[in-house]
Design a protein around this ligand. Structure first.
Ligand SMILES: CC(C)(COP(=O)(O)OP(=O)(O)OC[C@H]1O[C@@H](n2cnc3c(N)ncnc32)[C@H](O)[C@@H]1OP(=O)(O)O)[C@@H](O)C(=O)NCCC(=O)NCCS
Length: 193
């Protein structure tokens, strides 16, 4: 993994569409307080649909104290010492699933729609290339995580399955859980823009 960090040369500074400068780097043990503060700034509705229970302090503690790049590669965006986005690539250690990586991403509402989410997805896809993965996936809630669905599709992800009415939304209505997938060999798709 040290090699991976060297290849991706973290920490790296990127400039967003509005000129904001942000540092990208892997999550560190010392990020516990900042990560907790970050998720407190995320709207309840966004948090409700996330896979991890980011409201629970013990979950944040677990994420920051047991960083294991063989399981999860978490990349954060930092500005003025505060985390403003968290993106992660989840790998399975089960041999039969070793070529698949699942992406998860959350951006602070104050920094959305200026290219940060897209950039982080591309970062994770580049890491997936390095790891030799074949497929990257997103599991998203239809009609409730539309920004993420659009972001994934703009990167070349395609919907490959819909699990009907698998999700209970915040208002008690049933929604589909959709699986979006991208072949890692289609590298030209995500750096097209
Ligand atoms: C999804 C999310 C990460 C996008 O982050 P972002 O920094 O705003 O994304 P970008 O500015 O890079 O936008 C990338 C693409 O996403 C899509 N997108 C982003 N916000 C959108 C919105 N409000 N409505 C529609 N499409 C949107 C667009 O296709 C955009 O492409 P464009 O820049 O060419 O228009 C952010 O909205 C978020 O954190 N949402 C809540 C958490 C979530 O749903 N996570 C997914 C669970 S894994």
């Amino acid at each position: 993994m040290t090699l991976l960090l060297e290849i991706e040369s973290y920490p790296k500074t990127i400039v967003l569409r509005d000129g904001t400068k942000v540092e990208l780097r892997p999550l560190e043990q010392g990020d516990k307080v900042q990560l907790h503060r970050f998720f407190q700034r995320i709207p309840e509705e966004d948090k409700y649909y996330l896979k991890g229970n980011v409201v629970a302090p013990e979950v944040i503690r677990e994420w920051t104290s047991n960083i294991d790049f063989e399981k999860v590669i978490p990349i954060v965006a930092v500005m003025d010492g505060e985390i403003i986005a968290d993106a992660s690539l989840h790998r399975s250690r089960a041999p039969a699933r070793r070529l698949i990586g699942e992406l998860r991403i959350v951006v602070d509402p104050a920094y959305r729609e200026i290219g940060l989410g897209g950039r982080l997805i591309r970062e994770l896809l580049d890491i997936a290339v390095y790891l030799g993965l074949h497929k990257a996936t997103f599991e998203l809630v239809d009609r409730r995580e539309e920004s993420a669905i659009n972001a994934a599709e703009s990167m070349g992800f395609k919907e490959v399955a819909a699990l009907q009415e698998r999700i209970v939304d915040m208002w008690g209505n049933h929604q589909d859980l959709i699986l979006l997938e991208l072949s890692i060999k289609d590298v030209e798709l995500w750096w097209r823009f």
